[in-house]
Ligand binder design. Structure first.
Ligand SMILES: [Zn+2]
Length: 488
């Protein structure tokens, strides 16, 4: 374990000239708690935070009391609203801001959809830009929507993203990564690879920027040769590497941190079977548009995350945009707190989830949310549009409930295509193509796609989840279409 002194030095070095809040002995106290195995006694003697253009972000959110979190969030919301009102374009984009002053007041604002963002984002509009988009990092959000969403993060808002990301990793792994393999997709306007590079710098780790194109077997050799302790990858890449190339070997890997989509039970089982003792955790619950929304403490697993509540206001709402009680599932809507970059009020994240009703075992006063999957994904095949919800609704009749357990794949060959439904090994055995055809009969568009004259064949196969098709960004969508067989 690192010494207390090292920990504090590590936290305060990469200051980049930004103002840092009151330095107190919160960390010392936490460290002592762990060494004596006492459970999560949070008695910070002061709040240590980073000031990023007027936004105060705790160095360790889990060390704050509920009142302190609420007060920091309120301070940051006040700064965010003031910045939005100062920027004429933003003020006219959100005319309903009015006199809103508290998190409660936000609930009266309309929801902002990804389509709204796509329609009002650069280069064709500046309506969300708090500071004109003069300097910073431009990112394009991946997804299945036809219209791309482009966000301009200022360097200040990028610093916010880095701070939250690094703070999240410290909460996730007991010993911060020393050597980290970055196997995220690089380039093409994507943010994940750069995010991981930034985290490594913040965590003062040695980073190996392998990207997602390095074959997993080759990445495994590099991990062994360079004594890399932490792998950051999409779940699909991570499982392929661990289950395919590290199983049965003497290797240094301690942590597999994934990002981009949930790991899923079957893939997690595969990892645990292959490499017992490996810590599998979420690097962050994050989107290109908003930065990190949630982080996983070492007591959490699956899709449970604490919320970075000093940095945003997260709501769970019903289909009319009204907040639902804690414990009740709904759609996740977030308002990132920032004074620069882009202003997004009540942005629909496209995920479903619920706030937990009990306090986490770690003792943190930061609320937790459990993610239940994407709200919906759609795919248009030869003019017919189908949604993941339609597919899941019908497959439920065959005992398939988890979107991570199935994928409808359409692969074009010239003017025709082949359709295939792949099911993970965790699904009930013996599901035939005829049974699926019968189940899909009531979902007319889905049925049309697999019975169209352009469809050369429809098959159903049960295969390990790590063999499901992936997008270029390494995600495993429920609906997958490969348009051009000549180009990968
Ligand atoms: Zn926790």
């Amino acid at each position: 374990m690192r010494s207390t002194k090292e920990e504090i030095t590590g936290m305060s070095v990469d200051d980049n000239g930004l103002r840092v809040g009151i330095a107190e002995s919160t960390l010392v106290e936490k460290q002592q708690d762990h060494s004596t195995n006492t459970v999560a006694r949070r008695r910070p003697r002061g709040r240590r935070f980073r000031d990023i253009a007027g936004i105060h972000l705790a160095d360790d959110l889990d060390a704050l009391s509920r009142d302190e979190i609420d007060s920091m969030q309120h301070h940051n919301l006040t700064a965010t609203l003031a910045a939005a009102r100062r920027a004429p374009v933003v003020r006219s984009r959100f005319p309903d801001l009015g006199t809103a002053a508290t998190a409660n007041d936000l609930k009266a604002l309309p929801l902002l959809s990804p389509a709204d963002l796509a329609a009002g984002c650069p280069p064709h509009s500046t309506e969300f830009l708090l500071d004109g988009g003069r300097a910073g990092l431009a990112l394009r959000s991946s997804g299945t929507a036809n219209q791309p969403k482009v966000v301009y993060h200022s360097w200040h808002s990028n610093d916010r993203v880095r701070h939250l990301g690094a703070r999240g990793v410290r909460a996730t792994v007991p010993v911060p990564p020393r050597r980290l393999a970055n196997c995220m997709f690089a380039g093409e306007f994507g943010g994940a690879f750069l995010f991981v590079q930034d985290l490594a710098e913040r965590l003062r780790a040695l980073v190996f920027p392998l990207g997602s194109r390095t074959p997993p077997a080759e990445a495994a050799e590099i991990i062994v040769a360079h004594q890399i302790d932490t792998l950051v990858a999409t779940p699909a890449y991570g499982v392929e590497l661990v289950a395919g190339s590290l199983v049965g070997r003497d290797h240094p890997l301690r942590n597999l941190l994934y990002i981009g989509e949930p790991m899923g039970e079957e893939r997690e089982r595969t990892v645990r079977r292959s490499v017992p003792g490996l810590r599998v955790g979420s690097l962050a619950y994050s989107t290109s548009e908003t930065g990190p929304v949630g982080y996983q403490c070492r007591y959490q697993s699956g899709t449970a995350h604490h919320i970075h509540e000093d940095a945003q206001v997260l709501e769970v709402v019903d289909d009319k945009g009204r907040p639902v009680p804690r414990g009740v599932p709904g759609e996740l809507v977030v308002t990132p707190l920032t004074t620069s970059g882009m202003a997004l009020f009540r942005y629909r994240l496209g995920d479903r989830g619920y706030f937990t009703t009990t306090t986490c075992e770690c003792g943190s006063a930061a609320r937790s949310v459990v993610l239940l999957g994407r709200t919906e994904q759609s795919m248009t095949v030869d003019g017919t549009t189908v949604s993941s919800d339609q597919l899941m609704g019908r497959l439920a009749t065959l005992g398939i409930a988890d979107p991570l357990d199935c994928q409808l794949e359409v692969r074009w060959e010239g003017h025709h295509y082949r359709a295939r439904l792949v099911l993970s090994m965790g699904t009930p055995p013996g599901i035939t193509a005829d049974a699926v055809l019968a189940a899909l009969r009531e979902a007319h568009q889905l049925h049309r796609i697999i019975t169209s004259r352009r469809c050369l064949s429809f098959t159903v196969q049960r295969i390990p989840a790590e063999q499901f098709a992936r997008t270029r960004q390494g995600k495993v969508p429920v609906l997958y279409q490969h348009l051009d067989p000549g180009h990968d």
